[in-house]
Ligand binder design. Structure first.
Ligand code: UT7
Length: 325
C-alpha cells in the first residue's frame, strides 16, 4: 500500500504590512520590545474587504497548481480556522464555491494554532481508508479581526494569512509517516476569545460588543515549550526514528523564544529549525502552513528528508507530524 503525502503546497498573505514601528504609533510599545520578546518585525493585515475565504482560496489555487490537480477533481476540502468569515457557511464551502470544486465534501476544523496538523491528520484518515483519493487541506486566518487594537500585550503578536497543501497517494516509503494529536482542555482559559465584560462568545451579548483575544502569555509560554517538545518526541517514536534523523523541524511560529526553547529542550541545532515569524507574526493555524510552504520553495526541504511539523495553541492543543519528503 502506498503512503499519503503532500503533492503540492500554496500560500496567500495580504499585501498590507504592519511593522513594529507602525505599532509604536498605535499603542505604548517599541520595536525593541517586540523584537527581543517575540522575534517579530512585521506582520500582514487583511483589509476590511479581504476575507479569510479569499486568503484560503488563494492558497488553495497555488497548492492545486503545484499538485497539478484540477479543482473539478478535488474530493475533500478541510479548512483549519478559528476566524471564519461567519459561523456558516464554513470557509471550506466558500472555498469550494470559489474554486468550482463541485465534487468535494467540505468542512472546517477548529483547533486553533494546531488546526493545520489536526486537519492534515483527519484528511489522511479519509485517504487511507480509501473513501477519497485526494484532499485539499488549508489553514487560513483573519485573526486580526479578533484583536483588541488597544491591548499591547496581544495586538503586536498576530497577523493574517493562509497556507495549503494537497494530500494524495505517494510511492514508496514516503509521505506522512506518523502523527500525534493532544488536547489539554483544562488549560482552555489561558487563551480565549471573550467580550469586554470577560464573558465568552454567546448569543446574548453578540450584538453589543466585538469579541477579542485574551491570553496569559507567560503561562502559555511554559506549556507551549513542554507540549511542543513532547509532541515531537511522541511522533518521532511512532515513526521509529531518532531526533538525529530529522532534517528539518517546522514549528508553529508564536514566539522565536518558544522556538529556541523547544530546540534547546530537544537538543536540535537552531539551523535545523525553520523560522519566519519575523515577517508574519503569529498567524494561528496558518503559521505552520505558510512556514512549510516557504521551507519547500526555499529549498530547505529536499526529496528524502525527514521533516517534523509541530504546533501548539489555544484549547490547549498540540500536534506533530513526521513527513518523509
Ligand atoms: O499561538 C499559541 C499561543 N500563544 C503563545 O504560546 C504565546 C506565549 N507567550 C509569549 O509568547 C510571551 O509570553 C509574550 C510575547 C506574550 C509576552 O512576553 P513576556 O516576556 O512573557 O512578557 P510579559 O507578559 O511578562 O510582560 C513583561 C512586561 C510587562 O511589564 P511589567 O509588568 O514588567 O512592567 C508588560 O506589561 O512587558 C510589558 N509588555 C509590553 N511592553 C511593551 C507587554 N506587552 C508589551 C508591549 N510593549 N507590546
Amino acid at each position: 500500500m502506498s503512503g499519503i503525502g503532500i503533492l503540492g503546497v500554496g500560500h496567500c498573505v495580504p499585501k498590507k504590512v504592519l511593522t513594529n514601528h507602525d505599532l509604536e504609533k498605535m499603542v505604548d510599545t517599541t520595536d525593541e520590545w517586540i523584537l527581543t520578546r517575540t522575534g517579530i518585525k512585521e506582520r500582514r493585515i487583511a483589509g476590511k474587504h479581504e476575507k479569510n475565504s479569499d486568503l484560503a482560496t488563494g492558497a488553495a489555487r497555488e497548492a492545486l497548481k503545484q499538485a497539478n490537480l484540477n479543482a473539478h477533481d478535488v474530493e475533500l476540502i478541510i479548512v483549519a480556522t478559528i476566524s471564519p468569515d461567519s459561523n456558516f457557511p464554513s470557509v471550506a464551502c466558500l472555498v469550494q464555491k470559489a474554486l468550482g470544486a463541485k465534487k468535494a465534501a467540505a468542512f472546517d476544523i477548529g483547533a486553533a494554532c494546531s488546526g493545520f496538523l489536526y486537519a492534515m491528520t483527519t484528511a489522511k484518515q479519509f485517504l487511507q481508508s480509501g473513501m477519497y483519493q485526494n484532499a485539499l487541506v488549508i489553514a487560513s486566518e483573519k485573526i486580526t479581526s479578533l484583536i483588541d487594537w488597544n491591548d499591547r500585550s496581544t495586538c503586536v503578536l498576530f497577523g493574517d494569512g493562509a497556507g495549503a497543501c494537497v494530500l494524495g497517494p505517494v510511492r514508496g516509503k514516503r509521505g506522512i509517516i506518523s502523527e500525534f494529536m493532544h488536547a489539554q482542555g483544562n488549560f482552555g482559559d489561558l487563551m480565549a476569545v471573550v467580550f469586554e465584560d470577560g464573558e465568552p462568545l454567546s448569543q446574548q451579548n453578540k450584538t453589543i460588543a466585538k469579541p477579542f483575544v485574551v491570553m496569559q502569555g507567560q503561562e502559555l509560554f511554559k506549556i507551549a515549550v513542554n507540549s511542543m517538545a513532547a509532541a515531537v518526541e511522541q511522533a518521532i517514536k511512532k515513526a521509529k526514528l531518532k531526533l538525529e534523523d530529522i532534517d528539518l523541524v517546522v514549528p508553529h511560529q508564536a514566539n522565536d523564544r518558544i522556538i529556541s526553547a523547544v530546540a534547546k529542550k530537544l537538543k536540535v541545532p537552531k539551523e535545523k529549525i525553520f523560522v519566519n515569524i519575523d515577517r508574519y507574526g503569529n498567524m494561528s493555524a496558518a503559521s505552520i502552513a505558510v512556514a512549510l510552504y516557504e521551507a519547500v520553495v526555499q529549498g530547505r526541504i529536499k526529496k528524502g528528508d525527514n521533516v517534523a511539523l509541530v504546533t501548539f495553541g489555544a484549547g490547549l492543543v498540540s500536534a506533530a507530524n513526521i513527513i518523509k519528503w
